[in-house]
Write a protein that binds this ligand. Structure first.
Ligand SMILES: Cc1cc2nc3c(=O)[nH]c(=O)nc-3n(C[C@H](O)[C@H](O)[C@H](O)COP(=O)(O)OP(=O)(O)OC[C@H]3O[C@@H](n4cnc5c(N)ncnc54)[C@H](O)[C@@H]3O)c2cc1C
Length: 421
């Protein structure tokens, strides 16, 4: 079969942003026989919008940025252009007093550091392209070391605010490549100037649902258990419900679980064992009398504070008494669920909260990534060699950072690279 036969059977595993957008871009190229296999009972993955008393709330992805070109294009294409409320945020101490993001005594120093940033980050333009191939060695080092080397102690704290509240862990450990991929200069500015963030009133999951709906052969509650490349070049895919035969497969599920689905040589098993995650929780509370807009608690973003609430978000500007507030916490394996909840509720009280009632909690295995050593020794180059082996391709968060935009951009890149003339 010709590689680019538009009628080849393509199986896509996972109907999150990566899988649904891969299906979209393949359709755009004229591919006609796409099957989308999803283990859950709805498309969305980490786009997990819920309904509560007639309004949507986000228990997973919640915002886009003006630089989210692919996401904005997709939203437009699928009729989801209406913008949600702006996320007005402030910084607070743990007693609920408003504080300035940068301590007053450090403002001048910050201004000096910030002036140097465009030129400094300008060196890493390639980082904004899909993937992590060919990283300069200095970006494999933990971000805190990179800041130290470049004389950016105050700026590092500003990066910490926007990196850690999204559940990406500490800037002390995470390689600079990931931090700067997420917080390019333009993205950092969008966070600082709050008016630039985008939310979607009908919920971000609606985008994935609409993309998945356009795929003729969508299968839900259909977990892939095995992928078996055949000597014919086809791939047999076994699911809970039935077995499929495809000419090509795009896998967008968790890469650390790939070895359960596919026989891999020991060196690939070893490679995938290097993947780490962060454990990130979103709590939805009904609570009254909190400060009037969303907030960050910088004290709780410091190392050793896992298990304390890092931020809270209101979703709707015209707030009603029973609106939910979402609260973001890193898990702490030394604390039980009840202790984490006690921590949150004690902080809510200190912030002025009353009538505190937990509606739901969602725990995520978040931010697949590797450490500095693995990056330095060419993790992504080795990962890239898996692409197309035995007819199977890969996309998803690990490949280009866990944001909607990066996932969509990587899926598009994959389609351009392997499924286009
Ligand atoms: C709490 C939280 C907040 C976030 N906030 C933002 C934000 O504000 N802005 C932003 O841009 N991004 C945000 N993100 C990140 C963003 O949501 C994700 O990076 C993105 O949605 C990931 O898409 P994906 O398709 O790669 O993975 P997933 O969404 O994880 O999708 C993978 C899909 O594959 C399915 N699957 C897995 N294994 C199998 C199998 N064996 N068979 C069949 N199906 C399978 C899963 O069920 C899932 O549906 C956030 C993430 C979280 C957790």
């Amino acid at each position: 079969m010709h590689k680019l036969d538009r009628h080849m059977r393509i199986g896509i595993i996972g109907a999150g942003m990566s899988g649904a957008s891969a299906a979209h871009y393949l359709k755009q190229k004229g591919y006609t026989r796409i099957t989308l296999l999803e283990k859950d009972d709805s498309a969305g993955g980490k786009c997990h919008s819920i309904h509560y008393r007639g309004r949507t709330y986000e228990m997973g992805a919640l915002i886009g940025l003006p630089t989210s070109r692919h996401t904005i294009e997709l939203m437009k294409e699928y009729g989801l252009e209406e913008k949600g409320p702006l996320l007005e945020r402030g910084f607070f101490d743990n007693e609920g007093r408003k504080i300035s993001q940068i301590p007053v005594g450090l403002v001048q120093e910050f201004a000096k550091e910030f002036k140097r940033l465009p030129q400094l980050l300008g060196r890493y333009q390639k980082l904004q392209e899909p993937g992590f191939l060919g990283l300069p060695p200095e970006l494999c080092r933990p971000f805190a070391e990179w800041c130290d080397e470049n004389g950016l102690p105050v700026t590092m704290e500003v990066f910490r605010h926007y990196f850690s509240t999204f559940g990406f862990g500490s800037v002390e450990n995470t390689p600079a490549a990931y931090v700067l991929k997420f917080l390019s200069y333009e993205n950092l500015l969008s966070f600082i100037e709050i008016t630039h963030m985008i939310t979607w009133p009908s919920g971000v999951r609606e985008l994935i649902r609409r993309m998945a709906d356009r795929i003729e052969d969508l299968r839900l509650t259909c977990e892939v258990r095995r992928m078996e490349p055949q000597s014919s070049g086809e791939i047999r895919v076994e699911t809970d419900h039935e077995a499929f035969t495809f000419d090509k497969v795009i896998y967008t599920g968790p890469m650390h679980q790939l070895g359960r689905l596919l026989d891999l040589p020991p060196e690939d098993v070893e490679l995938l064992s290097l993947i780490r995650h962060e454990r990130f929780r979103v709590y939805a509370y009904s609570v009254r009398d909190l400060p009037p807009h969303s907030g960050y608690l910088p004290e709780n973003l410091q190392p050793g504070r896992n298990g304390d609430m890092m931020a809270w978000y209101y979703r709707w500007k015209s707030r009603e008494a029973n609106d939910l507030v979402t609260i973001y916490v890193m898990e702490n394996e030394k604390l039980s669920d009840a202790e984490i909840r006690e921590n949150i509720e004690a902080t809510l009280k200190r912030l002025g909260g009353t009538s505190i009632r937990l509606f739901m909690m969602k725990s995520w295995l978040h931010f697949p990534h590797v450490g500095a050593e693995a990056l330095r020794s060419g993790f992504y180059e080795r990962l890239d060699r898996l692409q197309g082996q035995r007819g199977i391709y890969y996309a998803g968060e690990l490949f280009n950072f866990p944001t909607l935009e990066r996932c969509a951009a990587y899926s598009k890149h994959l389609v351009e690279r392997f499924f286009s003339e």
